[in-house]
Design a binder for this molecule. Sequence first.
Ligand SMILES: [Zn+2]
Length: 486
Amino acid sequence: VKHQVDLLVSGGIVVTMDPARRVLDDGAVAVDRGHIVAVGPAAEVESSVVPKRRLDARRKILLPGLIDAHAHAGHTLFKTLGAHLPSREWLRITGEAYFHATTPKSWSADGRLAALERVRFGITTGVMMLGNEPRTDDPVYGQAFARASASVGGRTIVSVGPASPPWPRRFTRWEDSDARPREVRYEESLGVTEELVRTLHGADGGRTRVMVGPSYLSVPVSRTISTDPSLAGVAAATARDMRTLADRYGVFIHTHAYGRELEYAEEHFEGYLGPDVLLAHCTGLTEREIAILAERDVKVAHCAKAHRAYTERCPVPELVDAGVTVAVTSDASAPDRTFDLFETMRSAQRLQRVYFRNASVLPPGTMLESVTIGAARAVGIEAEVGSLEPGKRADLVLVDTWRPHMVPALAPIWQLVMGAVGHDVTHVFVDGAPIVQEGRCVTVDEDEVLREAEDEARHMVERAGLEYLSVLGSGFWGSSGLAGAH
Ligand SMILES: [Zn+2]
């Protein structure tokens, strides 16, 4: 008996990422009502279904949708602006712009542009912290962002929570061209965080989700708490409040963490670290911290292209060997990168290969896991997506291999990780619905998204008074750059 199905993708190399990590040379995937109903050799699947729609996958690789488990909203409109500045200065400038020069329209434009870039690069699920540190003085910003991101059709996980102490903190709301600065108390920010969880988690047919968390696991311990011991109390209260929200709503905790912060959290924040905690960066970890991550099943988002990765190492191979779930992530499309996760996988490999002086470290298979099934585990949705298996949601990506940099297909999965770029993605489906077809997004008017982003970015830059950052400074051409920032 043949079953009628909505879609059959057939004839390509199917990289299932299932528990056996099956790779089918001439495979097919059948989709019905948003779910995968069959995965197998093309001849076998073809003989069991009658598709309403069929897609020829010959000379293509079929993959589960990629998952980018850590990035920042806001950065998408900032792009490379100020990329010549030292990291800390860049973070200060962008952070101020997000808190004082953005409107709901800025976040909406940022959300659509980021979602568009991500789906065009084969990313079907993307985590977004709402700013450098979350902008949670009012729920309108997060809601505008999430609504816009969802309109593109992919999955978005918005991460919100209180910004760093000391509180109260100042935020600016714009009404037309009037700036209205306001002092916001910690309790208000906490209330906005909860409001965003209640209004956004599970919205858009489950494609929008929320994570909660402050900006840092424990307020950078070495730098801050030691110089201002009163911050320890704030950090502990925040940890307690985030744990309460996470438990109450069944959402993940997501924040940044660096070496010594984990030891500190383990010692001072009882019951905080657990399998529903996703920590970004994790550079400079001690051996004990690697053991804590493994023991508590805490997830790691490795930001292989972040500036921090140049100065301090995230011990990815050691984490993998310890059994820790590691996602390789973009950490946003600024100041010096894009959302392209193919490129990010290679960055992750090279960082470790230089360190260990060993070109075999982090093989392509482990890298592919870190942006598919492993990343799905890292954000807690591995039961639904992350691999091509019957019963899972149909988030599919097709990568064109009939291109000069991808031919010959002698070792296609190696080539996928070592050679592919985001623009090799030709088709993307989320919940079985077409999002990208023949390399173009079909859910939104791409030109309109780009125009809106261009306009809103300029408005933000103007409100923040940052036009000067576009000027190429002295030392831009012909210098080594070793003397400092240019
Ligand atoms: Zn980050």
